[in-house]
Design a protein around this ligand. Structure first.
Ligand SMILES: Nc1ncnc2c1ncn2[C@@H]1O[C@H](COP(=O)(O)OP(=O)(O)OP(=O)(O)O)[C@@H](O)[C@H]1O
Length: 608
């Protein structure tokens, strides 16, 4: 492996990941029960069908050794010496093998189908649930860690549901059947052979634990590698522009190496297990032959019984060894399911009342009444704000960075609830209205619009899924976005990848305006882009803005003087308080904070 040059260790401290640890948890029946709830929808078909195939398969496998030893060897050959009797026994054995073969095929088919369906449901449930969680949930977690949980943790349960559940049942059944038959055939021989059980048990408990931990460790390393990859690809442009590729590579090398080493340890430990199990098997077989021969000589056992016994003993170790593995799988599933249930138990902090009001045909009046808000209970983002926005007005929010402008916008969309006071639309407290009807009335246009992968047409239609192609084109035309779209290679059918990298900032803005216009909301919240764009695009955007804001209550987090000047009302914010309000002329005349802000902006402009 190639060694990278020396790197400042301080730089590498950046790469810290919250401990997404996957340590096995003690067995928890309640949690298992909750997990197995996912089997319920299939209890009448796939689960029952799989269980029936298991019953048939196990019964057949339990019968065959008796037929071979007791009926073919003892009765057909030794006692009767009859070829036709032997042929009958052989024919029955052949038929049973076919039955076992067919039932096995269906067992594998149906149990796999069951597992896939359960995992499909689980993944869907987690995704639907997470999608409905409040913004605060996403504030506290990285996209990478959420992704890892939805994908990796559900995947790690896949094995349990595809093979585990059915195999546990099959192995227990087989074990119980074998033990009963062994004792029936020869209790003394059974007791003699089972002396190696404590040895088996010792190996299982000690070695398995260490193997399990080694694999878990490997998965933690893998998860770290995934998180780093995710962050690296997302931030590739920044990495390249700050020429941090070497540092990034050094860290990647580190996690890659750790992952490789963890994998080596895990495979080395695992490699020990099977030979050790085989060794104990060999000891068991030794005891069987030695003591079995002794019993045959003493006429306490027939040759046929001995042969059957040997078959059953062979069938005894397999389920024991597999049940050990399954127990490991169960403990790992405990860890994964705990992490999944942690997300599923997460409740949105923004909740609807039992009988929410449906907002329909609103005028668009917004009132803040003594609104206080804190994101983290530590710092207050809004400190008792009272304001009124009238239907159809264009409101500009201005103030220094961190003064609370976006917070006001977030509260209007009810992404958070105020910690004090109330926010009302047309006189309705937002906590009493249905979230869907509220958000149908509002379009939010962010500075950095998210463009989804798909065509331009599909991206605009995001504003109104019911819109026809013609309506989408009409919205684009009204905004003036049609010109640049028609210049694209496939026009409206041009594919844009996630984040819309092929589009310029101005084009993305126009696209998001068209999307918002198509939604035809009563209220528009717009975080004006700060990026400087050329004069022509600027004029185009100003023009588009006029179309978009026409007749709607519009709240603009304003950064451009032209927008601020045109606003009906301006609220000046500072440290979560409104310190001034009025229109441009009134505020300039006051010669207060607004005047200073504008003056500063002009000074900056002049200096450019
Ligand atoms: N998700 C969050 N979790 C915790 N604190 C937050 C969160 N979002 C904003 N804050 C804090 O709340 C305060 C107000 O932030 P807000 O985003 O409303 O400011 P802003 O005026 O919109 O700033 P900017 O113009 O830079 O966007 C800031 O102190 C900020 O650090």
């Amino acid at each position: 492996m190639e060694k990278t040059k020396k790197i400042n260790p301080l730089v590498l401290e950046r790469f810290r990941y919250s401990s997404e640890q996957l340590i096995d948890k003690p067995f928890n029946w309640k949690q298992m029960g909750r997990l197995f709830e996912y089997l319920k929808p299939y209890s009448k078909n796939l689960l029952t069908a799989s269980i029936i195939t298991v019953l048939i398969n196990t019964a057949v496998r339990l019968i065959i050794p008796i037929l071979i030893g007791v009926y073919a060897l003892d009765k057909a050959i030794k006692q009767q010496g009859s070829m036709s009797y032997l042929m009958w026994v052989v024919a029955i054995i052949a038929v049973l093998f076919v039955v076992s073969y067919v039932s096995n095929i269906y067992r594998i088919k149906w149990s796999n189908e069951l597992g896939q369906k359960v995992i499909y449901d689980l993944r869907k449930h987690v995704f639907t649930h997470v999608q409905g969680l409040s913004h605060s949930f996403f504030d506290q977690r990285s996209a990478g860690s959420i992704l890892v949980r939805i994908m990796n943790d559900t995947n790690s349960l896949q094995d349990l549901f595809t093979n585990g559940v059915i195999n546990i049942f099959m192995d227990m059944l087989m074990l119980a059947g074998v033990i009963v038959i062994l004792f029936t055939l020869s209790p003394e021989l059974t007791l003699a052979v089972l002396v190696i059980l404590p040895l088996m048990f010792l190996i299982s408990t000690t070695l398995r634990k260490s193997i399990r931990r080694a694999w878990q460790f490997m998965r933690i390393r893998q998860s770290k590698l995934n998180s780093h990859l995710n962050e690296s690809i997302q931030g590739i442009r920044v990495t390249q522009s700050f020429t941090q590729e070497r540092e990034n590579m050094a860290f990647f090398d580190g996690v890659n190496q750790e992952n490789y080493e963890a994998w080596q340890v895990a495979t080395k430990k695992s490699a020990f297990f099977r030979p050790l199990v085989e060794l104990t098997n060999a000891i068991g077989t030794g005891v069987l032959i030695w003591y079995g021969a002794h019993l045959i000589q003493a006429d306490s056992l027939t040759l046929g019984q001995f042969v059957s016994f040997a078959f059953y003993l062979g069938m005894f170790w397999e389920p024991i060894s597999r049940l050990g593995q399954l127990y490991n799988q169960l403990l790992m599933a405990m860890a994964s399911s705990e992490r999944i249930f942690e997300y599923l138990d997460e409740r949105p902090i923004v909740n609807e009342t039992n009988d929410p009001i449906e907002l329909k045909d609103i005028a668009g009046r917004i009132n803040f009444d003594q609104v206080e808000f804190s994101y983290d209970d530590k710092r207050q983002a809004l400190k008792g704000i009272t304001l009124e926005m009238l239907p159809g007005q264009t409101i500009a929010l201005v103030g220094h960075t961190g003064s609370g402008k976006s917070t006001i916008a977030n509260l209007i969309s009810r992404f958070y609830d105020p910690t004090g006071g109330s926010v009302k639309i047309d006189g309705h407290d937002l906590r009493e209205v249905s979230l869907q009807s509220l958000r149908h009335q509002i379009s939010v246009v962010l500075q950095d619009t998210f463009i989804f992968s798909g065509t331009i047409m599909e991206n605009i239609r995001f504003g109104n899924p019911m819109a026809t192609n013609e309506q989408v084109k009409e919205a684009a035309r009204a905004i003036g976005a049609d010109k640049f779209i028609e210049n694209l290679p496939m026009g409206f059918d041009t594919e844009v990848e996630e984040r819309g990298n092929i589009l310029s900032v101005g084009e993305r803005q126009l696209l998001s305006f068209a999307r918002a216009l198509l939604a035809n909301p009563r209220i528009i919240i717009l975080d004006e882009a700060t990026a400087s764009i050329d004069t022509e695009t600027e004029i185009q955007i100003q023009h588009a803005l006029k179309t978009l804001l026409q007749g709607r209550t519009s709240i603009i987090i304003a950064h451009r003087l032209s927008t601020i000047r045109d606003a009906d009302k301006i609220f000046v914010l500072e440290h979560g308080n409104i310190i001034e309000e009025g229109n441009h002329d009134e505020l300039i005349a006051q010669r207060g904070e607004y005047y200073r802000l504008i003056e500063a902006q002009f000074k900056v402009m002049d200096s450019i």
